[in-house]
Design a protein around this ligand. Sequence first.
Ligand code: PGA
Length: 255
Amino acid sequence: MSRKKIIAGNWKMNVKPSETAALVKGVAEATKDFAGKVDIVCCTPAIDVPAAIAAAAGTQVEVGAENCHWKESGAYTGEISTGMLLDAGAKYVIIGHSERRQYFGETDETVNLRARAAIAAGLTAIVCVGETLEERDGGKLEEVILRQMNVGLKDVTAADCAKLVIAYEPVWAIGTGRTATPDQAQEVHALIRATLAKLVGAETAETVRIQYGGSMKPGNAAELLAKKDIDGGLIGGAALKAADFAGIIAAAANA
Ligand code: PGA
């Protein structure tokens, strides 16, 4: 089964609306040669989405957001609905990033609500899972991944998987410069795919792309992307410089 690689930037809370067009255009320009070979996504703060969509128009770059709510509208101050994102032109949304779990009370249950709402609306959900260092060192890696998968993807069907990407992000590797080794990452990616197979069937599980995230850079992307179950990357820091992001996309195109 050959799965098209997907490299997505997660801008986090780092780029202003007035800075957005330059970064998106820089990415588009630097990755022209990889159009059609790799799915290229910039996930931006919600307020940057319109500027990102405008700058990405006519290019190979697609745009996503970093979170969405599960209700279509209503009294949810500060939240953004899937309908709003779609109306703006977004195609992807990150769900359940570890920073949302750590700082904003996101749980496996709310991940499930958000993921199902995003998929039902027609967005592609990038659902994040991953263990903390304490959990890994405490021998809880498998238990944590299984819980995040089983609860976070509860009632997600095989048909829904066309709009699902999973990102494995070991929390200890995010923004720390410490990357999981390709073997460490592959081991968890295989576990994620096996767990997914139990939820939606082995055939469908083979079609779902699983990204690695956590200090992925041009210098380490190739060896990670060479692994059997590593189908892309969710990129934080290195997505803020077009040249670095393009370097990772080049590695994906050649993997
Ligand atoms: P990083 O972030 O690439 O800066 O480690 C990845 C992420 O949090 O998605």
